[in-house]
Design a protein around this ligand. Structure first.
Ligand SMILES: Cc1ncc(COP(=O)(O)O)c(C=O)c1O
Length: 401
């Protein structure tokens, strides 16, 4: 008699084959060797001293003495966890202080904090639109926006990257047959480092009575005179743009937020499921984010230093003949094309002590594999120089320049 099929074993077999397939097409992911020191420009990965060009800790605030001390104080005073959702027992004085601070920083009436940027996107998009509504999303938007759109059950149309003529065509064809409409875009695109054409998007939003939302994950602490992001960069404060962002990148902490008018925020407190049904962010991360915002206000030279470092590295790579995309953010994409070649270049750089990960599909479209170089305000001139030398020799060795 045949034994009944053992489903668990079949599953393992299926998963192992899927993993083999990923390896065969060079899309298998493994965790990089763990960092043994904090994500500073000079760190230790897998036992090797490396220069880090891959952290989103753009201003170095995750290691700033005041940010760290404030987080430690918060642990001493409040403990390590909040122990409840904001709507139950997890609503500390600290959370509200952070929200008020974010609202001031962003120039909005109010703000709401989530446990991560990913959760903020899921929560806000699925709360604002639903069946019968329309979402228009840039094709290079972050995965959390894509998932938020899917979760909402609204009709989702994707417009070509930064292409407002294409967006207009879709609005003309689709807007009338839908109730509410949301246009959503990254402010700074996470893998390309370029900036959304926010003024033109706003014009279309106003013309077609749509909401406009910008994800400032990579723009907060990077764009604008005070680092408030894409809206500040374009001088569009007070124009009703919904500003989502994260505390986990330039602000050196964790958590996401949505800043906008008071009614919007009140609505999200009532309707954003990832806010309602999730434990409130922990005291140290809330306190750290608040301290980071204070440091940003008091040390604006950090922003200047960041941009000077980005331009120095960009110009150096361009002069060597690498295909680098121009950038006004902290992200420099070095285009390679083929996924395997991108991996080989990253490995060659790692051997020379420079850590820059290769980014491959499905994170980026097929044929656009690249190295995603990120720069920090805390990189020293000699570290930038050493990195450039490593790029030059790896690029020559692999025939890329
Ligand atoms: C554009 C963008 N939005 C949202 C997120 C999610 O933010 P978090 O890492 O805080 O969950 C990220 C980060 O990976 C991002 O790059």
């Amino acid at each position: 008699m045949n034994k009944p099929a053992r489903r668990g074993i079949d599953l393992v077999d299926f998963l192992a084959k899927e993993l083999e397939l990923l390896k065969a097409i060079h899309l298998y992911r493994r965790l990089p060797g763990p960092l043994e020191k904090p994500p500073r420009p000079g760190t230790i990965i897998n036992g090797h001293d490396v220069l880090l060009f891959s952290s989103n800790n753009y201003l170095g605030l995750a290691q700033h003495p005041r940010v760290k001390a404030t987080a430690v104080e918060a642990v001493e005073r409040w403990g390590t966890g909040s122990g409840g959702s904001r709507l139950t027992s997890g609503n500390f004085v600290l959370h509200r202080q952070l929200e008020e601070r974010i609202a001031r920083f962003k120039g909005t009436e109010d703000a709401i904090v989530f446990s991560s940027g990913f959760l903020a996107n899921l929560g806000v998009i699925s709360a604002l639109v639903g069946r019968g509504d329309l979402v228009l999303s840039d094709e290079l938007n972050h995965a959390s926006i894509i998932d938020g759109c899917r979760l909402s059950r609204a009709t989702v149309k994707v417009f070509h990257h930064r292409d407002t003529a294409h967006l207009r065509d879709i609005l003309l064809a689709e807007r009338k047959s839908h109730r509410r409409c949301l246009i959503v875009t990254d402010g700074v695109f996470s893998m390309d480092g370029d900036i959304a054409p926010l003024p033109q998007l706003l014009q279309l939003a106003e013309e077609f009575q749509a909401l406009l939302m910008v994800d400032d994950a990579h723009a907060t602490g990077v764009l604008g005179k005070k680092g408030a992001g894409t809206v500040e960069h374009f001088g569009l404060e007070g124009r009703g743009i919904i500003q989502m962002g994260t505390l986990s990148k330039a602000l050196g902490s964790e958590g996401g937020y949505v800043a906008g008018n008071a009614i919007l925020v009140d609505y999200l407190r009532n309707r954003a499921r990832s806010f309602i049904f999730s434990t409130a962010p922990s005291p140290p991360v809330v306190a750290a984010a608040m301290a980071a915002l204070e440091v940003l206000e008091e040390e604006p030279h950090l922003l200047d230093q960041l941009h000077a470092n980005v331009q120095r590295l960009y110009r150096g790579l361009k002069e060597m003949g690498f295909r680098v995309l121009p950038t006004a953010s902290a992200i420099i994409p070095l285009m390679v094309g083929d996924a395997h070649h991108a991996m080989v270049l990253a490995a060659a750089l790692a051997k020379k002590g420079v850590f820059v990960p290769a980014i491959r599909p499905p994170t980026v479209p097929e044929g656009t594999s690249r190295l995603r170089i990120t720069v920090m305000a805390t990189h020293k001139p000699e570290e930038l120089q050493r990195a450039l030398e490593a790029f030059l020799s790896a690029g020559k060795m692999l025939g890329l320049i």
